[in-house]
Design a protein around this ligand. Sequence first.
Ligand code: SF4
Length: 348
Amino acid sequence: MSRHNAGGRHINIPIFVPHMGCPNTCVFCDQRRISGTIAPVSVEDVRETIEKYLAASSGEDHAEIAFFGGSFTGIPECQMTGYLGVAREYLDMGLVDGIRISTRPDYIDHEILDILKEHGVRIIELGVQSMDDNVLARSKRGHTAEDVVRAVGQIRGFGFELGIQIMPGLPGDTLEKTLETARKVVGLAPSQVRIYPAIVLKGTEMEEMYQNGSYTPLTLEEAVEWCAMMVPMFREAGIRVIRLGLHYSELLEDAVVAGPFHPAFGELVETRVILDMITGIIEEKGFAGCAGIEIHTWKGALSKTIGHNKANIKALKDRYGYARIRVGEKDWPPGQVRVSAIYRGDEA
Ligand code: SF4
């Protein structure tokens, strides 16, 4: 019997599998630096982690085991099948509802996909980072955009659900290249994406590039702006954006040298997405010269519509000189925003 229940929460059971012997040299990656500090994950560790999360969840929850940490299918096969074997036991007992893994596009082939299928993996997330070959080469990813297209075709052929991770702001990247990457990702039709703007971490080649001036990371403002342009492209295509920015942890904060790292990055982007929607409506409807505006947004989106420290309200007042902005919530589906004008004499 499955634990899946529409009333339960979604529980992610994360299992970090560092790729100790990774032969690649991605300039942003700090796994070589931290690999000495992370103990290898044993099959028993996997079991313990699953048990710990299940003990803390209710029987109503929808639980999914997620193997992440780079290149799951690049680790030795016996190790990979050992981990998957444990996950499969919990799937077969109906104690979890799914298994997902993340890997590189060039670590996908028929043999690997057969193993993943046999072990009940449901979602494969590909670390794509960029669909621009120059950005991939300058970031020393060791694969091309064509490898992504090939891997996606194979993943589809086996009937897996597809997730894609992208990393705007890598060496050589521009807004145009990032938007082109987003367009190409939409064309690949994943069910979900994660967007992690590039961050300079201690001990990486990108840190050296940053120190010697050959790489400049995005500012926080740029990263928010770029992501806020991509998010609607994905949503309009029915692709869920399941993560914006790296998960905050003190360890990560200590490792950040430079770049658009912010503990509430996703919130900043969602706030900007709504601001862009509102300004789009104002421009389209010619409300720029009005005394003020009234905004209605969907239930649960009020704080994002107003923005942290009223950032959106301030931005709209600065840009359009509005004397009055009223904001309210309606029982509408997510993503729906309406703006109406307040004219002079109608300001009370
Ligand atoms: S990001 Fe690159 S270098 Fe780091 S583990 Fe993954 S493939 Fe290896």
